[in-house]
Write a protein that binds this ligand. Structure first.
Ligand code: PGA
Length: 240
């Protein structure tokens, strides 16, 4: 079933005390939406313990696609699972841009996460240049297709994040975001059949309390992947 989801991507922000306090406050919120927080690795243990037995889920911001071995600086799926982590962001545009992630590594990570029972939050999105050239739908659908190559499940989440809207205060217009996301749903339907109707597709890119309603009115937008507005309790709860 498509779920209304708001996932906070804390990126490289906050510290353990801030993270635990934020989750402790989020735990008492009554909402029909699924709330996920994605802290940096160093906070996962503490935040996951704080979220235990609550409805707040905890995700990681990345993982490696191999089981284990000589991969200095990397973290495996099993290591995340050991901490009670349920979700993992894969292929965020910052990972693609600064850490050389490609459609191929995104696909490997997606397949491996799914094989381990972690739910990947797969990020796709076009650059400003690609949008201005009118290529956004094509670029995004190609990324989706590459990411889920070999996947045969609905246990995944897609986040459409136009790169030019991330952290810039610029949001895609609800209509533009809605159209791209409907296109993603069509691609999922072509590749996964009816399973596509059970996959939540999120919008990300300067989503906040003032633009959330208009975005959520779009028929295929199921929620958000939120960066800056997820770092403050007051701002984050305005979304759900
Ligand atoms: P933003 O970040 O909400 O700060 O634009 C979104 C994201 O990168 O996931």
């Amino acid at each position: 079933m498509r779920q209304r989801i708001f996932a906070g991507n804390w990126k490289m922000n906050l510290n353990i005390n801030d993270g635990v306090e934020l989750v402790n406050r989020l735990k008492s919120i009554h909402t029909e939406s699924l709330i996920i927080v994605c802290p940096p690795f160093t906070m996962l243990d503490a935040v996951s313990k704080a979220a235990k037995d609550s409805k707040v889920m905890v995700g990681a911001q990345n993982m490696h696609f191999e089981e284990k071995g000589a991969f200095t600086g990397e973290v495996s799926a099993d290591m995340l699972i050991e901490l009670g982590i349920t979700h993992v962001i894969i292929g965020h545009s910052e990972r693609r841009q600064y850490f050389a992630e490609t459609d191929e590594t995104v696909n490997k990570k997606t397949l491996y996460a799914i094989s381990k029972g972690l739910i990947p939050i797969i990020c796709v999105g076009e650059s400003l240049q690609q949008r201005e050239a009118g290529n956004a739908p094509e670029v995004v659908n190609r990324q989706v297709e590459a990411a889920i190559n070999g996947v045969n499940t609905d246990k995944l989440i897609i986040a459409y994040e136009p790169i030019w809207a991330i952290g810039t205060g610029k949001t895609a217009s609800p209509k533009d975001a809605g159209e791209v996301i409907t296109g993603i749903r069509d691609t999922l339907r072509r590749l996964l059949g009816d399973k596509a109707d059970d996959i939540s597709i999120l919008y990300g890119g300067s989503m906040n309390g003032s633009n959330v309603n208009e975005l959520m009115e779009q028929k295929d937008i199921d929620g958000g992947l939120i960066g800056s507005a997820s770092l403050s309790y007051e701002k984050f709860i305005q979304l759900f």
